[in-house]
Design a protein around this ligand. Structure first.
Ligand SMILES: *[C@@H]1O[C@H](CO)[C@@H](O)[C@H](O)[C@H]1NC(C)=O
Length: 166
């Protein structure tokens, strides 16, 4: 075990901690600290200090913003995962079976198979994994982008239990 490995591990662990503080995994229909419950990526109900969302009124974030747990409620889609984001593409190999996004910033290679391998990668800082793009990670999302809207990578072994070897 080399010194640089220890440094790398330390950096990875600190990054993980940072991401974890900004946003945890997808939370839908739950009153958050900011008094809103996100119903999907862009819409929310208010909680008015209660633990149960008031469903009489539905609010929607302005274009390009998503519902988050931050005080400002709606935040730039490019910057932060939505509290209740679209996770339907997580761990699914893209159309040409090259890779699957496993979070907003991580991916697994598929090597031509329908199910992702355990060979994983991380997008460069500031880029988002986009399963609609042949570039794996993009700096700017497009309306057609396919994002796995999670801060933490999903565990492929939980998605495909039949694959567990150990
Ligand atoms: C979110 O949910 C609301 C209420 O059901 C719906 O009107 C809206 O179209 C949904 N938005 C998305 C992006 O699914």
């Amino acid at each position: 075990m080399t010194f640089s490995f220890v440094i790398k591990l330390f950096v990875q662990l600190s990054l993980l901690g940072l991401i974890y503080n900004i946003s945890v995994v997808a939370v839908c229909n739950e009153c958050q600290e900011n008094n809103v419950a996100c119903v999907n990526e862009t819409s929310y109900h208010l909680c008015y200090g209660e633990n149960i969302p008031n469903t009489n009124q539905l609010f929607t974030c302005p274009d390009g913003l998503v519902c988050t747990n931050l005080p400002n409620i709606c935040f730039q889609r490019n910057t932060l995962p939505a509290s209740c984001g679209d996770t339907s593409s997580c761990g699914l190999c893209n159309s040409n079976q090259v890779f699957a996004c496993t979070s907003r910033t991580t991916f697994s290679f598929c090597f031509g198979a329908p199910i992702p391998s355990d060979v994983v990668g991380t997008c460069p800082t500031g880029m988002t994994c986009d399963a609609s793009s042949s570039e794996f990670c993009v700096a700017e999302l497009k309306p057609a982008s396919i994002v796995c809207d999670l801060a933490e990578p999903i565990d492929i072994r939980n998605l495909y239990p039949e694959l567990v070897i150990n």
